[in-house]
Design a binder for this molecule. Structure first.
Ligand code: V0V
Length: 177
């Protein structure tokens, strides 16, 4: 990536000043600039998260389709235990998410909707900058500051109510960038 996080933050703040100060036409142009910066921050789809009731059963199901388990981790902050599975030789993964406590977002999802797709995760160069840009455009971010995700990544989420009914996770892989 050519630009640093500081460059992105600076560009976002210039666009925000223009957005706040401008008339309707300038506000539209500033919003367009923010979207372009967000486009540069996006790397691709990191994973799609599936809520599952039984982790081993789900691993067995997806393994039978040829997916391969590559990582298993417990995250008590999120109230989950997860398995990452690779799809073919590509870099996109699916993430199987089982609840470890009744207060977990996955337990709530399972009780209301049952097993299924719970989230899509976009890999970004800088999660704080991406979250800031999205806030400027009116999206609701779940966390003020990023939290710890899989493999020590930094994560935040866009609330599905502000995002067309889709829970979007932002992931920054510290070691892969
Ligand atoms: C809830 N809703 C969803 C949704 N969860 N819509 C789409 N996708 C989802 N995943 C809708 C739900 O149908 C309701 O709509 C409304 O939002 C409020 O639902 P709720 O059941 O009351 O849910 P809340 O408000 O208790 O919780 C929703 C949020 C929660 C998004 C705030 O799920 C959350 O905190 N998620 C982020 C954390 C997370 O998902 N952790 C597990 C993965 P109606 O009925 O009002 O229309 S951890 C992870 O991915 C890691 C570690 C990683 O990748 O590294």
């Amino acid at each position: 990536m050519g630009s640093s996080s500081a460059d992105f933050m600076a560009a976002l703040h210039i666009a925000r000043r223009e957005h706040e100060a401008g008339d309707a036409e300038n506000r539209n142009a500033a919003a367009q600039s923010i979207s372009e910066i967000l486009g540069q921050l996006l790397i691709g789809v990191d994973h799609v998260g599936f809520a599952v009731a039984d982790l081993d059963e789900a691993v067995s199901l997806w393994s039978s389709m040829g997916l391969r388990e590559v990582h298993r981790e417990r995250n008590d902050d999120q109230g989950i235990v997860e398995v990452m599975m690779t799809v073919g030789t590509g870099t996109t993964q699916i993430q199987l998410l089982a609840a470890t406590s009744d207060s977990s977002a996955i337990a709530s999802w399972l009780s209301k909707r049952g097993p299924g797709i719970q989230q899509i995760a976009y890999r970004v160069h800088d999660v704080a900058a991406a979250a800031e840009g999205l806030r400027m455009l009116g999206f609701t971010l779940l966390y003020e500051l990023p939290k710890r995700g899989t493999h020590g990544s930094l994560i935040n989420f866009v609330h599905p109510k502000s995002c067309g009914g889709v829970l979007v996770e932002l992931v920054e892989h510290i070691s892969l960038d």
